[in-house]
Ligand binder design. Structure first.
Ligand code: COA
Length: 333
């Protein structure tokens, strides 16, 4: 291990204005508010309504929020990473456009794809670049326009997902705060249960795939739930034990927001009370790559230098993992 520590030094976020409430969903598919809240914890999600705007728009707004709130000169950024499963286009890198639009003129950039674990895995990538000493400022953005791949006639998926973006800056830290440990895993069995069948190299888009609605997300919710609830709790428990910590040493659980019942099960496994668990699923639903940075933005003023954070995520693939990190700054309000 190098002795350079990589810490989060700034946070930004963006959620589009339009609120798709459970009441509105009741008019679209056979569902109801009580069912959605009791099974998922979600009350509403944000949707980017503008047909001419893609994920880059969300990412740019989140990055601009970070730049403004931290007085960052974007020309000093070395690398822009965008974690997303909904890139603007399948070939042109979304991150390249984002970097140019925010004035990161000296940065290189690329997209990173690990579904709902995209931001978590991106934290591993970003911190590794800083720890190696090769780069000084890495901007990691998690952004997804999930509404672009959701079938609003499918009640198994349309009640869950929303649009959003969040960004964090990683820099070296001289006070020994920052990234501590990670457990990252994957299992290809997941593509049977959570996927988009068409539009990739295995099944290129055609009239037929569109007619069959194979360009939308398919989810076998029961099976995904079964894996997610045990895997997310397992890695969270493992990282806590491996670092000889108890529930009292953990200040915050930062869990991917897929389902309130999965979050509760993870918190229970490491015996953490509700007040130590970051939560905003009721407001945004599952925003895929954006859930973790949206949480950090929302809780930023409550975080104190030295706080111990355990991140946990689970996503399509399957992909999952946990990261232990100490917080590096007190936000002036
Ligand atoms: N509204 C109302 N009823 C619904 C419904 C909806 N949107 N979706 C399903 N139902 C019905 C089912 O038809 C079923 O009825 P039945 O008992 O008469 O057959 C009943 O509700 C239970 O369905 P089930 O699929 O077993 O519900 P569930 O408790 O598994 O909850 C999910 C469904 C999708 C909320 C849950 O499986 C889940 O959260 N899965 C994981 C999702 C996830 O985390 N995805 C992202 C991974 S990063």
């Amino acid at each position: 291990m190098s002795n350079i520590k990589a810490a989060i030094t700034a946070v930004g976020a963006f959620a589009p204005e339009y609120r798709l409430t459970n009441a509105i969903l009741e008019t679209m598919v056979d569902t109801n508010d009580e069912w959605i809240i009791s099974r998922t914890g979600i009350k509403e999600r944000r949707i980017l309504k503008d047909a001419d705007k893609g994920t880059s728009y969300l990412a740019i707004q989140a990055a601009k929020d970070l730049i403004k709130s931290s007085n960052l000169d974007p020309s000093t950024i070395d690398l822009v990473l965008v974690a997303t499963i909904t890139p603007d286009m399948p070939v042109a890198s979304t991150s390249a456009f984002v970097a140019s639009e925010i004035g990161a003129v000296n940065a290189f950039s690329y997209d990173l794809m690990a579904a709902c674990s995209g931001f978590l895995f991106g934290m591993s990538t970003a911190t590794s670049y800083i720890e190696s000493g090769r780069y000084k400022k890495v901007l990691l953005i998690g952004a997804d326009k999930m509404s672009s791949i959701i079938n609003y006639e499918d009640r198994a998926t349309c009640i869950i997902f929303g649009d959003g973006a969040g960004a964090v800056l990683f820099e070296s830290n001289s006070e020994d705060y920052g990234f501590e440990d990670e457990i990252l895993l994957s299992d290809g069995i997941g593509r049977n249960f959570l996927k988009i069948d068409a539009g990739g190299s295995l099944l290129p888009s055609s009239h037929e795939t569109v007619d069959n609605k194979q360009h939308y997300v398919f989810q076998d919710g029961k099976n995904v739930f079964k894996y997610a609830v045990s895997k997310m709790a397992d890695v969270t428990e493992q990282i806590v034990k491996r670092n000889n910590l108890t529930n009292e040493d953990i200040d915050w659980l930062v869990p991917h927001q897929a389902n309130k019942r999965i979050i509760d099960a993870t918190a229970r496994r490491v015996d953490l009370p509700e007040e130590k668990v970051m939560i905003n699923i009721h407001k945004y639903g599952n925003t895929t790559s954006a859930t973790l940075p949206l949480l950090l933005k929302e809780y930023e003023t409550q975080l104190k230098k030295g706080d111990r954070l355990v991140f946990a995520a689970f996503g399509g693939g399957f992909t999952w993992g946990s990261i232990l990190l100490t917080w590096a700054y007190d936000k002036q309000t």
